[in-house]
Every structure is written in C-alpha cells, then in structure tokens.
Design a protein around this ligand. Sequence first.
Ligand code: FAD
Length: 421
Amino acid sequence: MKLRIAVVGGGASGLAAAIAAARGGAQVTVLERGRQLGRKILASGGGRCNFTNSCILPERYHGGSPDFIREALSRFGFQEAMAFFSDLGLLAMEERDGRVFPRCGKAQAILDVLMAELERLGVEIRLGIAAEQVLQEGGGFIIKTASVPWKDKGAPVEVSGEVPCGRVILACGGVSYPQLGAGEGAYTLARSLGHTVTALSPAQVPLCVKENALKRLHGLRVKAAVKTFRSQREAAQSEGEVLFTDYGISGPAALDVSRAALRDPGQGPAQGSLNLFPGSSPQELRAMIEARWTGRSQRPLKDFFLGMFPAQLSGAIADALGWDPRRPLDSLGREGPQRVAALLQDWRFEITAGRPWSEAMVTAGGVNTDEVDPHTFESRKVRGLYLTGELLDVDGDSGGFNLHFAWASGLSAGRAASQSR
Ligand SMILES: Cc1cc2nc3c(=O)[nH]c(=O)nc-3n(C[C@H](O)[C@H](O)[C@H](O)COP(=O)(O)OP(=O)(O)OC[C@H]3O[C@@H](n4cnc5c(N)ncnc54)[C@H](O)[C@@H]3O)c2cc1C
C-alpha cells in the first residue's frame, strides 16, 4: 500500500512538496481552498515571477534562527532550484541583481510546468476544499475539510468531509494578500497541533509617512537609497527605485526596508532617510552643489534644480528646507549650498505605518522555526507533520528569495515525508 500524503495548500511550496512526495512513491492529494492553484505564483514579480536568485545567501532571510535558515538552504541553493525547473522544461533568464525569471516573461510558465508534472505523477488536486482541522489518529491523521463556496457561480454547497492520511504537509502560506487565498486559518491549524507562532507583521509593503512634502510627489519615481532607523540606529537600507505616493513611499527600495520599519511597533514610529545621490560621497556632492550655486547666485531657488530633478521634486525640496522657491540663491545665506547637499543625501521623514495586509507581499513572523527540522521540515512536536513556505517564521528580501524558500522547503518536506516510515 502506498503511503498517503495530504498537502494542505496549492501554492508554491505545496506544489513543490506534492511533486517531491509523489516522486518518492507516495499517493498524494493537494487540498486547495481557492478555485485555482498557485495564485501567488501568477501574481509574483508583476506577473513575470521572479522565482529564484543567483545569489541565495542566508543573510537575505529574516525571522527564524540563523542556524535554521543556513541549514535549510544548505541543501537547496540556486543550482538546485535551476536544476529542478530545468528538468521540468522551463527556460529561464537572469536579470539585474541575480533575479531569475521564466525566459518567456510569464509567471504562467512556472505554473504550467508544475501542473504538468503533478498530472504526470498522478497527484490528486482538490480545489475549493479548505482544511479546517488536522487530527492525529492511529499513527496518522484525519483532516476535516469544508468546501468553500465560490462567489461567482453556484459553487459546491457547504459540505464537510474527511481526508485520512499518513503524513500531512501544511503549506498554507502567510496572511499577506488575503485576496489571493491567505488567511489566519493556517496558524490556527499549526497552533492546534502544539506549535507556537511568532508575532506577524507585514513585510515588502509600501510605507505611510508623515511629511506632506513627500506626499506631494505622488506619482514620481526616482533612483535613491532608503534607510530606516529605530531608536536612532540604522535598521535597514536598500538602493533602487522609489515611487512616491499620496500616502508615502513604495517601489522596490522602500519595500525592502519596510520589514525593519514595521517589525517592532512597540518601539514607536520608525524614522526614514532618502538619499537622492547614493553614488556620490558627501564631499563630491557638496563640491558639485557649491559650483552650481556660485554660477547661479542671482537666480531663484526653483531654477537651481532645473536639469537635476523634475520640477515637482524641486518644489518639495524647497518646501522641506522651509524656503520660498522664488527667493534668489544669494539671499539664502552662506549655509545654503551645505543645507541643500545635506538634504539631498539625508532627507529625513517619519514612518507612521505600513499599508494594509492586502498590499504586503510577504508575512514576517510565523511558526517558530525552533519547532521544525531544517532539513526535513518535519515538526519537532508532531511526527508525520511537515510545515513549509511562508507559514514558517522565515521571510526573504525581494529578488526571488521568498519563492526560493518556498521551493526549498516544499521539495525537502515532500521528499522526507515520502521516505519516512
Ligand atoms: C503580489 C505578490 C508578488 C510577489 N512576488 C514575488 C516574487 O517575484 N518573488 C518571490 O520570491 N516572492 C514573491 N512573492 C512572495 C511569494 O509569492 C510567497 O512568499 C510564496 O508564494 C509563498 O508560498 P507558500 O506556498 O508558502 O504560500 P502561498 O503561495 O500563499 O500558497 C498557500 C496556499 O494555501 C492555500 N490555503 C491556505 N489555507 C488553506 C486551508 N486551510 N486549506 C486549503 N488551502 C489553504 C491558499 O489558498 C494558497 O493557495 C510575492 C507575493 C505577492 C503577494
């Protein structure tokens, strides 16, 4: 008799786990509460799916213990991710900062190759079925399920059911992007089986700021470095595109520092800093500003920035310095150039909050990694139970690190579950 394995969650880590478990000879069923598999895979990377990174390093991950992350990644790095997808027939290409995408530019290609493999292996897929409870029984498990009504057509009537199995892989994701199937339910399941869950907070999320000068830049994109500070100490920094919005800042560089800004709300609001000239030293920038200033001393401040920045940004800079943009440069005093140079490289602002969960790409926090084996992803609390992906207290930087962890944990768990006796 084949070992029966139930995978709860048909996202990235669940599909990887199902493939590995079926390859290991198990009879596998995937329970997915949505009506479609891999919804986050399809939404990822702006629909292009940045599925791994050529520089997978433990330092790019946060949350769980560093030892857990190091061990977990030691057996599944970049080469292994590429080999897995290449075997499935995927053509990939690497872009800036080691980000890897399907060569055709479509996230659908990832889902297509995974689904073809699930079909080849005879994995049973049950859509619209949510796991409500996982009960231990006779050395195995009974999963109590409920069918999830679909909004747009007469979907399954609310029916409850049971799925008996020898092993369970919980791959239900985090709480971010509830519109794509995420929810607190998975943590309730994990807690009911004796696991502890660390505090949850949004990561890779746009930031709300206090300063109106920044909000007035709504719609503008710049290349900049962003830092966040906690209790006057630098907490995170990133460089890249920043998008100004009517509530604050978004774009890759802002998303990358959001985790550190929002992780400990008890410490009060975090501070942020924008550097609009990250490639220049303070001395270089000051020399450049002074030279420009000297040649334009009779002209109004608003003209000083022409050719440097869009007019919208020039106005906001004048606003942040508290100067009327119509004033001539020589009326701004000897300190003028110095103050401009200082602001351009350290434009301070207060971070009041993160945007809601529906805009957070990743969940920071989750099932305590001390309770999970980093090689097999088996629970240290319940034999035969495995936990993978974003459900765990591990989150990565942007750049393909989160999906990489989903494949790594899913494949390791599926393989180990199918081989366990
Ligand atoms: C908009 C967006 C863009 C992103 N872009 C990238 C990117 O380019 N690169 C990157 O590395 N990461 C990206 N991420 C993050 C990445 O998608 C996730 O970290 C990853 O999908 C997590 O995989 P997972 O299997 O743990 O969870 P998920 O992919 O969320 O899958 C969990 C599944 O479990 C199902 N489920 C939950 N509870 C139950 C239940 N009780 N019963 C049955 N089913 C259940 C859910 O419906 C869901 O389908 C992005 C995320 C978002 C939201």
